[in-house]
Ligand binder design. Structure first.
Ligand code: ATP
Ligand code: MG
Length: 270
């Protein structure tokens, strides 16, 4: 579990994260959503220690990351896997060299043991026969899967994914989302995903934190989001008229009532 308590972060006199708190549980996908510039990446970077918050506290399994010294933080960092925006693979290294990198950095395993682990995680993300390929030879979706394999190779307790679907088509996005969700459940990982992908929100959003201009505007699950009356959230998530209609139909199904003045599918009264 990761707890975020009253985090504030400014750059100069611009407040970017304004008193945000959240509890992100293990074995589920915790999403940070919001429009561009709302503070998702800055919040994630505060959580992993790439940025130092101005005030507030981050706790990993009840231990204050904020108050830890360098050595203790390094221990927590070993338990963190990160999937960066744009995959961030090393172009001059093969697929297996990329995935092996964290093992080279953090373990003293034999080459054979490392090779076995690399093959295991590559199989887990359904990449086979690509060990000797270079990133330039892979499709966008394959790159994401290799990056995911690298992020989980050390068996992390915490997995951070910043925009894992950027640049992917909807179907491939779904494959990546499902994979992240499966891995999260299988290994009981506390997973944090930054996204503005509407499909991801609905598919994997066990917990959703909606950021608006640095503030926590709403929190809840993908089930609750359908019923949210938060105007800003609704405008963000159900941006198109089509999605507004879908939301209202879903509410109608669940409650037997149409939420507000719009009457979908009604025949005009004579
Ligand atoms: N290193 C930095 N120095 C100064 N300002 C920054 C820095 N990093 C981010 N910001 C500002 O913080 C705000 C939030 O940025 P952030 O990258 O968290 O947005 P985001 O929600 O991740 O957006 P996107 O969806 O485009 O990735 C923006 O106004 C941005 O300009
Ligand atoms: Mg971002």
């Amino acid at each position: 579990m990761i707890e975020v308590k009253n985090i504030r972060k400014s750059f100069g006199d611009k407040i970017v994260i304004n008193n945000v708190s959240a509890t992100m549980k293990a074995g589920q996908c915790n999403l940070i959503i919001g429009s561009s510039g709302s503070g998702k990446t800055v919040l994630m970077k505060c959580m992993v220690g790439l940025f130092e918050p101005d005030s507030g506290e981050i706790l990993y399994n009840g231990h204050s990351f904020t108050e830890m010294g360098v050595e203790e933080r390094t221990e927590v960092r070993k338990e963190i896997g990160m999937l960066f925006q744009g995959s961030a693979l090393f172009d001059s290294q093969t697929v297996e060299q990329n995935v092996m990198f964290p093992l080279d950095m953090f373990t003293k395993w034999t080459q054979q043991k490392k090779q076995e682990r690399v093959n295991e995680v590559l199989a887990r993300v359904n990449i086979t026969d690509a060990n000797k390929k270079y990133p330039a030879e892979l499709s966008g979706g394959m790159k994401k899967r290799v990056a995911l394999a690298r992020a989980i190779v050390l068996n992390p307790k915490y997995l951070f994914c910043d925009e894992p679907n950027s640049g992917l088509d909807p179907q491939t996005s779904l494959v990546i989302d499902k994979l992240i969700q499966e891995i999260t459940k299988e290994y009981n990982i506390t997973t944090v995903v930054n996204t503005h992908d509407m499909n991801s929100v609905m598919e994997i959003g066990n917990y959703i934190l909606y950021m608006y201009q640095g503030n926590k505007e709403w929190e809840g699950s993908n089930k609750e989001i359908i019923f949210s009356k938060n105007e800003r959230l609704n405008q963000f998530i159900f941006a198109s008229e089509f999605l507004q209609d879908a939301k209202e139909m879903r509410m109608l199904e669940e409650t037997g009532r149409i939420p507000h003045h719009r009457n979908i599918g009604d025949t005009p009264q004579s």
